[in-house]
Design a protein around this ligand. Structure first.
Ligand code: PLP
Length: 428
């Protein structure tokens, strides 16, 4: 696959075309490295999703904030009618600072703390998606609308990033599900949702159809036992994108069509249908971002290394999961050589590509690493004191906007400025 001469590029061809003429000038103006996101592409994907599910009354995408937690991106999501899926206090804060409140926000936390609950209840609240049956008693005030995350255990197989459900730390076990809703009802909940998230980066839409089928079956079963109706089912995120050249994109139309058929059947049996929610991150922004970095060192030892000015602090996925990200060299095609593209960390897995055929790269060449629009910048870290890079937005009108600056030494050392606190245990 890796020496395939790409004809279908993972990032949308339009984005590539829009970039091609301007990337050098953008890099000169802002300096490398940076992530650059494509507003037009994000809007096309969002509009396409809304159109595919237009027949579903109350359909709502809750953008998974963790995928690309930048206010300018979240504003774009908001303008398309999307809510936010949050799982931390910081993500709640980002969403609320944009005016999101109540049912605009889904709080899907895991290992939830008292502080998490307090933040979730503050400022107009949000939809609580509880991760365990024991949390029913820990919610300070049971809201009218409550949701549980379901873990079907051995009734479903997961996929490789998220793991096998039976080994996954998430959600309420099958044999606890009825009791969870019963207890929530006893504590005063009146409206109910059911959520699951079983796959990650899944390109086969049938998997999501099967997930929906499972949720609707559980809803019928719980509703019959407890005499409640369901407000919504949330099929989670996990829609995949084609990272590798030649992979086919997920067929969102077919997915919507087949889920629609399941909803029809449900309606015939039950006289109503719950609303359909999802919380995609990767699918919404993944293909609409690139990491732009300059080659600064060429090293020939047992292998040829292209050293670039970005490192894992900007993009963890290759080092962490061995994930493939396609790479183009600006303005270069033709004769290829096999190289490792590496960053500067004292970690041998700090590589964006391993034994990858690429056009011959010289110092100063610009590389752009595809599909960094989700779980890219956000996952970065500060090991070795490396900075996370800036983020830019290529706006629909063709202008470019700085939407996050690069980190500085002062940012890294901020946690070393504090009031000293020395304590001698047992000395009081
Ligand atoms: C990470 C996450 C998502 C988004 O996943 P994608 O693969 O980016 O679609 C959605 N929901 C929950 C609960 C998550 O943890």
């Amino acid at each position: 696959m890796e020496n395939h001469v790409a004809t279908t590029m993972p990032i949308t061809n339009d984005f590539k075309e829009r970039l091609a003429g301007h990337l050098e000038a953008i890099a000169d103006h802002y300096g490398t490295p940076f992530h650059l996101y494509d507003e037009m592409g994000i809007r096309e994907t969002g509009t396409g999703l809304n159109q595919a599910f237009a027949d579903f009354q109350g359909f709502k995408e809750y953008f998974a904030v963790k995928a690309l937690p930048n206010p300018r991106i979240l504003q774009i999501m908001q303008s398309m009618g999307f809510g936010f899926d949050c799982s931390s206090i910081a993500e709640l804060r980002l969403s609320r600072d944009l005016g999101a409140t109540g049912e605009d926000i889904m709080f899907t936390s895991n290992d939830t703390s008292d502080a998490d609950f307090a933040a979730a209840e503050a400022a107009g609240g949000c939809v609580l998606n509880l991760d365990d049956i024991t949390l029913v008693d820990k919610v300070p005030n049971m809201p009218e609308l409550i949701c549980f995350r379901y873990n079907p255990g051995d009734q479903r197989s997961g996929n490789s990033i998220i793991g096998n459900p039976i080994e996954a730390k998430y959600g309420v076990a099958h044999n606890q599900l009825l009791d969870a809703y019963r207890l929530a009802k006893q504590r005063g909940a009146k409206r109910f949702g059911l959520h699951t998230m079983l796959a990650s980066n899944e390109l086969n839409y049938s998997y999501m159809v099967e997930t929906t089928r499972m949720l609707l079956e559980r809803v019928e079963w719980i509703a019959a036992q407890l005499d409640i109706d369901f407000d919504f089912v949330n099929i989670g995120g996990g829609l995949g994108i084609p990272y590798r050249p030649g992979e086919q994109p997920l067929d969102i139309q077919a997915m919507a069509h087949e889920i629609g058929e399941l909803f029809e059947v449900f309606k015939t049996h039950n006289g109503y249908v719950p609303k359909l929610y999802m919380e995609s991150g990767r699918y919404m922004t993944g293909p609409h971002g690139v990491l732009v970095t300059r080659a600064i060192n060429r090293k020939e030892i047992y292998r040829t290394y292209v050293g670039v000015d970005a490192c894992m602090s900007a993009l963890m996925r290759p080092g962490m999961y061995g994930a493939y990200h396609h790479i183009d060299v600006l303005g270069k095609h033709g004769e290829q050589e096999t190289v490792d593209v590496a960053g500067s960390l004292c970690e041998n897995n700090d590589k964006f590509a391993i034994q990858r055929p690429l056009p011959k790269i010289a110092d100063g060449d610009l590389l752009y690493i595809h599909d960094t629009g989700a779980h890219g910048h956000a996952m970065g870290f500060n090991y070795n004191g490396k900075f996370r890079p800036k983020e830019l937005l290529l706006r629909a009108d063709g202008s470019v906007e700085l939407i996050r600056r690069e980190e500085t030494l002062d940012d890294l050392f901020a946690t070393l400025n504090y009031q000293t606190d020395v304590f001698v245990p047992g000395a009081d």
